[in-house]
Ligand binder design. Structure first.
Ligand SMILES: [Zn+2]
Length: 133
């Protein structure tokens, strides 16, 4: 897998957190090429330890979206404009990647690195962008 993260470590297989599942749903439903796809149950098998919350999915047994089965790309992205509990405003970007029709990882881009992504914030706005062929 080609990610910019080199701090991904294997974790015990687990279901997505509510927030991860919601981000995946928000992106998938915004993309007409993915909106009707049955993703099945997703599991996290690796995550980044830098504090960014990027997670890697277990490879599904079969292709989830045959329409995306010829390349790897971003299904879509959510740009969150947030206010942190300390009053600062910042942005968090969440990108859902697929590889040949299988969801591969959910990348969280955080601009306050090396501070970890906080566990709580107030969402001030969001923009969802999708990649459609
Ligand atoms: Zn990271």
């Amino acid at each position: 897998m080609d990610t910019e993260h080199n701090t991904l470590v294997a974790v015990p297989r687990r279901k997505l957190t509510e927030q991860e599942a919601q981000w995946v749903r928000d992106i998938v439903t915004a993309n007409r090429e993915w909106a009707d796809v049955n993703l099945g149950e997703l599991y996290v098998v690796k995550q980044c330890v830098c504090g960014c919350r990027t997670v890697v999915f277990e490879e599904p047994g079969s292709v989830q979206n045959p329409r995306g089965a010829e390349h790897q790309d971003v299904v879509g992205e959510i740009d969150l404009h947030v206010r942190l509990d300390n009053g600062t405003e910042s942005y968090i970007s969440v990108l859902l990647h697929h590889s040949w029709g299988k969801l591969t990882y959910l990348e969280v881009v955080w601009y306050e690195f090396p501070d970890p992504v906080p566990s709580h914030w107030t969402e001030l706005g969001r923009e969802v962008r999708v990649t459609v062929e």
